[in-house]
Design a protein around this ligand. Structure first.
Ligand SMILES: [Zn+2]
Ligand SMILES: [Zn+2]
Length: 469
């Protein structure tokens, strides 16, 4: 794929020479067709970059509207309506109600080519906004039975505005686009309310990657980093995210007579500390980082009663499937054996969540030059792994995909100390919107017009080699 891209670049840069210096008609004829295509494609990129700047005021307005009207996961009714109306106005085939409130727009270009999908998430979080903005959210809603404030504290408002911008620009150059673009607006990235289904998995089950079949998928996420810069990574980029829950059942007794019962609190305490040895002693940390966190412990009601049971739970984060499976097995073994050693029992449940966000290395190799062209070399940097997770990974399990980060930290502020995503003080500099459109639109156009398709060879989820630096 790298070879294909470089051939493409050669063809682009050689247009004037070919046209002015053609002395041998046969050679000229052989070069003419790809040269014309390349000229057309380079022109599309130029139009994208120019139009992105022109429509900036509209994109800012969309973003502010979404920001002021945030909706929780699986409740994105108004958001969905705004997006669907926009795509319909642009003349796209639009499907609504996908995975509850999702919207999919299909733009069929006037030239033959592959199918690329661009994905934005749509949901906000149960957070009370503490940023003083004229378009600050004051929305309240109910989340799992609790009254909560609602805020776009993860910046999905930016993602939607960027993708609506790309849609508007692409609709205007439809006849020249070599292939098909699917615009995927996906609900419930942050996770569904208790007892519900949704998100990327449900979009896939409802056929979002079929008819026409998607060849590659791209997405971006805003995060604290220099505004307008992009950070990419080949292979594993974001963690898998699984929940564990353990119930230790002992035997209730008087707090002064522990020998008359089985104390589950002591066992829980042992488990909290012992489980860290799964990471520090049983995981090869030269190959991959991993995280095992206890997030809650519940047990007991008063000082002089040793309770019957303790419930505890937390999260597991890994960057490859073998490590993920290994930690599941070891945690289960440890909890059960620790309990047995003290005469108690342990019920262990592990709920598999999002898989590793895995960027297809050959696709990344092809697309990094595209990002560099769109934003300038200095604004495109290779990033580190991040232990947060994304359900974009679900699409990547089905088709080659690339996810990248877009910086939103204002100039003069330190990305290391600003409020992170999910904070009530999370702030996104709107200066990132135009670079976001150029980057996402740019990789889509370059993928569609690129020579050769992404390899359909089976992909290996264990990306240990890429983490070995
Ligand atoms: Zn989030
Ligand atoms: Zn997010």
């Amino acid at each position: 794929m790298v070879h294909g891209e470089s051939m493409h670049e050669v063809a682009r840069s050689s247009i004037p020479e070919t046209q002015s210096g053609m002395t041998r008609p046969l050679l000229a004829l052989a070069l003419l067709f790809p040269a014309l295509l390349s000229a057309q494609d380079a022109n599309l990129s130029a139009i994208l970059d120019r139009r992105a700047k022109e429509i900036e005021p509209k994109v800012v307005a969309w973003r502010r509207d979404f920001h002021q009207h945030p909706e929780l996961s699986n409740r994105e009714q108004r958001t969905s309506k705004v997006i669907a109306e926009h795509l319909q106005r642009l003349g796209m085939e639009v499907k609504t109600g996908v995975a509850h409130t999702g919207v999919v727009g299909i733009l069929r270009g006037g030239r033959p080519g592959p199918v690329v999908a661009l994905r934005s998430d749509m949901d906000a979080l149960p957070v009370v906004e503490e940023v003083d903005l004229p378009f600050k959210s004051t929305v309240r809603s109910t989340y799992n039975g609790q009254d909560v404030g609602v805020m776009h504290a993860c910046g999905h408002d930016n993602h939607m505005a960027i993708l609506m911008g790309v849609a508007e620009i692409f609709a205007g150059m439809k006849a020249s686009i070599p292939g098909t673009v699917k615009f995927i607006f996906q609900p419930a990235e942050e996770g569904v309310p208790t007892g519900e289904t949704g998100g990327a998995q449900m979009m896939i089950e409802q056929g979002v990657l079929d008819n026409p079949k998607v060849d590659a998928v791209f997405g971006l996420h805003v995060f604290p980093f220099d505004v307008g810069k992009v950070s990419w990574r080949a292979g594993s980029q974001m963690a898998s995210s699984d929940n564990w829950r353990v119930v230790i059942r002992g035997r209730q007794t008087h707090g002064a007579l522990p020998w008359n019962g089985v104390d589950p609190i002591t066992i829980a305490a042992q488990l909290v500390t012992s489980m860290q040895s799964i990471i520090s002693r049983q995981t090869d940390l030269t190959l991959t980082p991993a995280i095992l966190t206890t997030g809650y412990i519940r047990g007991g009601v008063r000082t002089n009663i040793i309770p019957d049971s303790v419930e505890m739970g937390g999260t597991i984060r890994t960057f490859d499937e073998p490590t993920r499976d290994s930690i599941h097995v070891r945690l289960t073994r440890l909890a059960k054996n620790l309990a047995t050693a003290s005469g108690a029992t342990a019920l262990v449940e592990i709920e598999r969540g999002n898989p590793v966000t895995y960027n297809d290395p050959s696709l990344v190799a092809r697309m990094v030059p595209s990002l560099q062209r769109s934003l300038g070399k200095d604004n495109v940097v290779e990033g580190r792994v991040t232990t947060t997770a994304e359900d974009f990974s679900r699409y990547q399990q089905k088709v080659p995909g690339m996810f990248f980060f877009l910086g939103i930290t204002p100039e003069g502020a330190d990305p290391a100390t600003v409020a992170p995503n999910h904070s009530p003080k999370f702030f996104a500099d709107e200066g990132a919107l135009v670079p976001g459109i150029k980057a996402l639109g740019g990789v889509a156009l370059d993928f569609l017009s690129g020579m050769g398709r992404v390899s359909s060879a089976p992909r290996v989820m264990d990306s240990r080699g890429s983490l070995g630096r």
